[in-house]
Ligand binder design. Structure first.
Ligand code: SAM
Ligand code: SF4
Length: 331
């Protein structure tokens, strides 16, 4: 292995989120405007060859875990072929995907055969009307079918369900989602809403905190905290005291986990990001297309990692984020 990607705080980077598209078939209110965004042109988006080449470069510096995301990763054509190629990159140990699940039932088998190891399905409400109001599409049944399809493959477990919580919106969904975690082999993870929405409507007041959510659930079903799986895990895990399943809380706003962050992100147009909230990106696409050597690309990535900041400033009420929204970064 060449030199690992270590930042000035000693954090070693092993995880890469690959955004394979900025496009999406849903329009979640905390992410996209109703009319969508100005999509990247196909020339702007990294090709399969380019993605595989950059993953080779980063894997040689210790990146071992890939998560496919977007936009909605399943709208990228021939995703399974890409997964199969990424799985063969030396050093890559695990490939996971975050998806809204709508197209998953049809594509899951091909993806699993290609080497997909883990899936997170994002479902914020189990009520069709409420799901429709949040995502602006009436696709709950298809998303649930995608989620259920994951149960056919033992190695995909634990299957994770991501639910973004919004104050004044999500309260009626909290207990039904906790019940889902009790009845099915799913770990339900509540995620605090972050200021990464394209419409820029986020306020601190919208954040329904992990602590509040835990209290709401624990009143009905007591919860017991668990050890973190690994220091860089973004969420805290809580088991139901009666042993019936577990929940996670990703409290990025109220309990940031920057100190152990080992993540990098590559946008669909080939920009390396060292933090979700960084307002700067490092262009890997231009040097790649200009024929830069793997060593040169690794040096550019290493330099970007060296400049990674200690953490985000969201706790400061004066903090504002003016970078690209979540769907263009790869959440
Ligand atoms: N389209 C896929 C999906 O929704 O799972 C993958 C991309 S999406 C950007 C990745 C995750 O980010 C989803 O779980 C989504 O709910 C979450 N997300 C999107 N916007 C968010 C925001 N403003 N705050 C917190 N999480 C957000
Ligand atoms: Fe699409 Fe995912 Fe954003 Fe929802 S959260 S609009 S599914 S990219």
């Amino acid at each position: 292995m060449t030199a690992p990607l270590v930042d000035s705080f000693g954090r070693v980077h092993r995880a890469l989120r690959l955004s394979v598209t900025d496009r999406c078939n849903l329009r979640c209110r905390y992410c996209m405007p109703a009319e969508g965004l100005d999509w990247l042109s196909s020339d702007d988006v990294l090709s399969d060859d380019e993605l595989v080449e950059l993953v080779n470069v980063l894997a040689a510096s210790g990146v071992a875990e890939l998560r496919l995301t977007g936009g909605e990763p399943l709208v990228r054509p021939r995703l399974a072929e890409l997964v199969a190629r990424l799985r063969r990159v030396p050093g890559i140990e695990e490939i996971s995907m975050t998806t809204n699940g709508v197209l998953l039932a049809d594509q899951l088998r091909g993806l699993v055969e290609a080497g997909l190891d883990r899936v997170n399905v994002s479902i914020d409400s189990l009520d069709p009307d409420r799901f429709g109001a949040i995502t602006r599409r009436r696709d709950l049944d298809r998303a649930l079918a995608g989620l259920e399809a994951c149960e056919r493959y033992d190695h995909l477990r634990p299957i994770k369900v991501n639910a973004v919580a919004l104050r004044g919106v999500s309260e009626p969904d909290v207990l039904p989602l906790a019940e889902l975690a009790r009845q099915k082999p799913y770990v339900v993870r509540f995620i605090e809403v972050m200021p990464l929405d394209a419409p820029r409507e986020w306020t601190h007041g919208l954040v329904l905190s992990g602590e509040e959510l835990r209290e709401m659930i624990a009143e009905r079903w007591p919860l017991v905290p668990q050890e973190r799986d690994r220091p860089s895990a973004p969420g805290t895990t809580w088991r139901f005291a009666d042993g019936e399943g577990e929940m996670q809380f990703v409290s990025s706003v109220t309990e940031p986990f920057c100190a152990a962050c080992d993540r990098l992100r590559l946008t669909a147009d080939g920009q390396l990001r060292t933090c979700l909230f960084a307002e700067w990106e490092t262009d890997l696409r231009t040097p790649l297309r200009d024929g830069a050597s793997p060593d040169r690309l690794r040096a550019i990535a290493g330099d970007a990692v060296g400049r990674k900041g200690r953490g985000h400033g969201m706790h400061d009420p004066a903090w504002r984020y003016s970078g690209r929204p979540m769907s263009q970064i790869g959440g």
